[in-house]
Write a protein that binds this ligand. Structure first.
Ligand code: C5P
Length: 296
């Protein structure tokens, strides 16, 4: 299964709920940066995680404690079957980056194991299990562009007429999502119970209007991420200086994403930034959610 990273075009965050999670009003977009999850038969349970050059392998959770292990146990328990198989995860999505790479792997594991174990889990059940694994996991199944509510796990596809281009600047040292939410609470003790809504973003997507989308991009977690990592503000400024229409922190960060006017403009921005940063990637959007890749 090939599973995409995400950016939040809009991320409205409210005051924490009694369960500690924050209510979200968000618009996700799946971008062309992927992990591959492959399942094969085995008598026991094995996970093999491999990382590409720009993924910090040291930031991965220890063996047995990966979100794909949890995905396997949850799916198996749901159907009353044994956890058996060999799961290989080839990671190209940076870790602890605000790009939902772990969520993508969990979504890929659910679908790959559903096929391996011939379970034919209905979509609604798969989405519910995904939501139990993490707030961003259902979106990784759905892909495209989608409105997310609840703690992010309730997703509905939205019309998106655009073909968008992002420059993505990840950093080896990740940010912890709970830390960023904690800082958000400190910075916004008066956050509304219901977060504000993303109407301007939804309109720009429907119109395929890149300049309107650039104006409407919004991330309530950005101030918290910048407070923890002030140098990210310089990356945003450098990207906009280089010709990006608008730069922002992706989700809880620290990845900076820059919306560009075209593929050519994205290549130009990436070329200008490349000498100053370890990794600068280009990603088209929107792309499909978890999908099967047939290899020749
Ligand atoms: O759902 P997920 O496992 O991705 O969440 C990771 C952490 O991020 C949670 O334990 C919580 O601290 C924080 N979070 C939150 N509100 C959300 C989503 C995540 O506070 N809506």
């Amino acid at each position: 299964m090939r599973v995409p990273a995400k950016v939040n075009l809009y991320l409205g965050v409210g005051a924490p709920r009694p369960d500690g999670f924050h209510p979200l009003d968000t618009v996700y977009q799946a971008i062309g940066l992927y992990d591959d999850v492959t399942a094969g038969p085995a008598d026991d349970w094995r996970v093999d995680v491999r990382t590409s050059d720009h993924v910090a392998a040291e930031a991965l959770p220890p063996a047995g404690d990966n979100i794909v292990d949890r995905a396997a146990r949850l799916l198996a328990a749901h159907h009353g079957v044994d956890v058996r198989g060999e799961l290989r995860v080839d990671k190209d999505i940076p870790v602890a980056a605000g790009l939902a790479g772990g969520s993508a792997d969990a979504a890929g594991a659910l679908v790959a194991l559903d096929r391996l174990w011939q379970l034919e889990t209905p979509d609604d059940d798969l989405l519910r299990l995904a939501g139990e694994l993490g707030s961003d996991v259902p979106f990784a199944l759905v892909g495209g562009s989608a409105h997310g509510t609840g703690r992010g796990e309730l997703v509905h596809r939205v019309p998106d007429e655009g073909g968008w281009w992002w420059v993505v600047v990840p950093f080896r040292e990740g940010l912890s999502t709970p830390d960023v939410y904690r800082r958000f609470d400190q910075l916004h003790p008066d956050a509304p119970v219901v977060p504000t809504g993303p109407l301007a973003v939804l309109g720009a997507l429907q119109d395929g209007d890149v300049r309107a989308l650039a104006r409407a991009l919004h991330n309530d977690l950005q101030a918290a991420a910048l407070d923890l990592r002030p140098e990210l503000a310089d990356v945003i400024a450098a990207g906009e200086e280089a010709g990006g229409l608008r730069g922002m922190v992706s989700g809880s960060g620290p990845t900076v994403v820059l919306l560009c006017g075209s593929g050519d403009e994205a290549r130009q921005v990436a070329g200008t930034l490349a000498p100053s940063y370890d990794t600068v990637l280009i990603a088209p959007a929107p792309v499909a959610g978890a999908h099967l890749v047939v290899r020749a």
